[in-house]
Write a protein of this length. Structure first.
Length: 266
């Protein structure tokens, strides 16, 4: 069994057991460990996505976890374009910022927490009104994935029942009506946890920073710095004294030569 396959089997098992969360459901499609579907609950109120349930797809590279997965949303949300790979620092658009110790659960928690940020030219991002996003959130519960064959609401209802039976408490913001009102008192926001794989022990285990978004509004804003030519330093007092001494010696030699010629003429 290859290391990527072993890692993905471990993550799939943990997402169903020790790392199960009522706000996140993710699993491989059929027997393909490199193609997953996920359903996440929208961020808590006053977010316009509160009460929404959003379905998407994860495609994992053969070199995972050394290379990051790619994410795309299939449910209309008003935040991300449908079926287009999104650009965040935890996705395939930013391999330089990905850490192998992160996992699918960590990435989904980061994406969920970042939904409230504006797109501002992000690849795969949308800028629409809050009212439109609230309407998308209301409609998202009945949205059904053709591959999965169930609505988001049916998927999450069944998943939360599994979590309750396993003793997994709600994160505090899952059970909402369509207006985003909580049915229970909210608890602290979940903290992304990094899942380290033994085969990647050299990887850092820090939690990811808030994901960065790609900007397509123009060329890179980074300025190219011109090389700075160092200014010649002024001569020290010792150097000036040495120059004067050399000039004095040369003048003395010239004087002595001229004097010797004068004596010869006499």
């Amino acid at each position: 069994m290859s290391p990527p396959t072993r890692r993905l089997q471990k993550e799939a098992s943990e997402l169903l057991t020790t790392q199960a969360s009522p706000s996140i459901h993710a699993a491989p499609v059929a027997d393909n460990l490199f193609d997953w579907h996920f359903t996440i609950a929208g961020p808590p109120a006053p977010s316009p996505y509160a009460g929404g349930l959003y379905h998407g797809r994860i495609v994992l590279p053969a070199a995972y976890p050394l290379r990051p997965p790619s994410f795309r949303f299939l449910t209309p949300s008003g935040r991300f374009e449908i079926n287009r790979e999104i650009c965040l620092s935890i996705s395939g658009h930013h391999e330089e910022s990905w850490q192998p110790a992160w996992g699918i659960r960590t990435a989904l928690l980061a994406i969920r927490s970042y939904m409230d940020a504006e797109a501002n030219g992000q690849v795969g991002g949308l800028d629409v009104s809050g009212e439109a996003r609230r309407e998308y959130a209301r409609l998202s519960r009945g949205w059904a994935c053709e591959a999965c064959g169930e609505s988001n609401e049916r998927v999450m209802e069944g998943w939360r029942e599994v979590c309750r039976d396993a003793g997994k408490c709600d994160d505090g913001d899952e059970d909402r009506d369509d207006t985003g009102q909580k049915d229970q008192t909210a608890g602290p926001a979940p903290t992304p946890e990094a899942t380290a794989e033994p085969t990647t022990s050299a990887a850092p285990t820090s939690a990811p920073q808030p994901p960065r978004q790609c900007d397509t509004s123009g060329p890179s804003a980074a300025r190219q710095e011109r090389p700075v030519t160092p200014r010649p330093q002024g001569q020290s007092s010792d150097g000036q004294w040495l120059d004067r001494a050399i000039i004095g010696v040369l003048l003395a030699l010239v004087f002595m030569i001229l004097r010797s010629f004068a004596n010869v003429d006499d």
